[in-house]
Design a protein around this ligand. Structure first.
Ligand code: CA
Length: 230
């Protein structure tokens, strides 16, 4: 693991001591912080307080199936999950992937293989969470965005609004939906807040390219984003 990715923490849920010990050793050697638990109950307790960077999840646990935990985690979070499965667990593997696990390794595995899978998953997760490179005119890189090659000076809300609209170009979002998705729990916000931010965001986009109205108003429905044709 490179030094520019500090404090990545792994929750390892594995009940077989020999496997757990080997993994803990090799993941720590790779610079990861590892928290180890051996039951579903302990994992649930841990997850109440900590959302790790990634969960390594054995499916056969003393107090139940890791698939249950996988399902519970996915209800609340997008934290990456790597399943550890027995060779005979093909059905469970498929179910796990359907439930939203990111990948699996089959026992017996080499700790090195697990490390590589983790690295790949984390890289992918960081790419989708931190850097969104959108088609054509937009680039979103961490907390800044560019349009038609020009970096925009956006507020946090404007950036989140843009990211949301960009995630599905052409889809119409109602003011209500945007309030939920962008403002979330800030209960004081009102639909007018959305209009205000759309207005300022639109103005900033127009200042870069006055020939395109990227944000489309759908009367009575909401807003969508239209990527410029190239
Ligand atoms: Ca097990």
């Amino acid at each position: 693991m490179s030094t520019d990715t500090p404090s990545l923490d792994i929750l390892l849920v594995e009940d077989e001591p020999a496997i757990a010990d080997t993994l803990i050793y090799s993941l720590r050697a790779a610079g990861l912080v590892v928290h180890h638990v051996s039951t579903l109950a302990q994992a649930r307790t841990h997850l109440i307080n900590v959302i790790p960077s990634l969960v390594v999840l054995d499916l056969g646990l003393p107090d139940g199936s890791g698939l249950d935990l996988c399902r519970e985690i996915r209800r609340a979070s997008e934290v990456p999950i790597l399943m550890l499965t027995a060779k005979s667990d093909e059905v469970d593997r498929i179910v796990g992937l359907e439930l939203g696990a990111d990948d699996y390794v089959t026992k017996p595995f080499s700790p090195r293989e697990v490390g590589l899978r983790i690295k790949t998953i984390l890289r992918r997760a960081q790419t989708s969470a931190v850097t969104v490179v959108s088609a054509k005119a937009f680039v979103i890189d961490g907390d800044r965005a560019s349009f038609a090659g020009t970096w925009l000076d956006l507020t946090r809300r404007e950036l989140h609004l843009l990211q949301r609209l960009l995630s599905t170009p052409g889809r119409i979002y109602s003011r209500d939906a945007l309030l939920d998705l962008v403002w979330g729990q800030d209960a004081e916000s009102m639909e007018r807040t959305v209009d205000t931010h759309i207005k300022t965001l639109r103005a900033k986009l127009r200042s870069v390219d006055p020939t395109h109205d990227v944000i489309v108003t759908h009367r009575g429905l909401g807003y969508s984003l239209q990527l410029p044709e190239r």
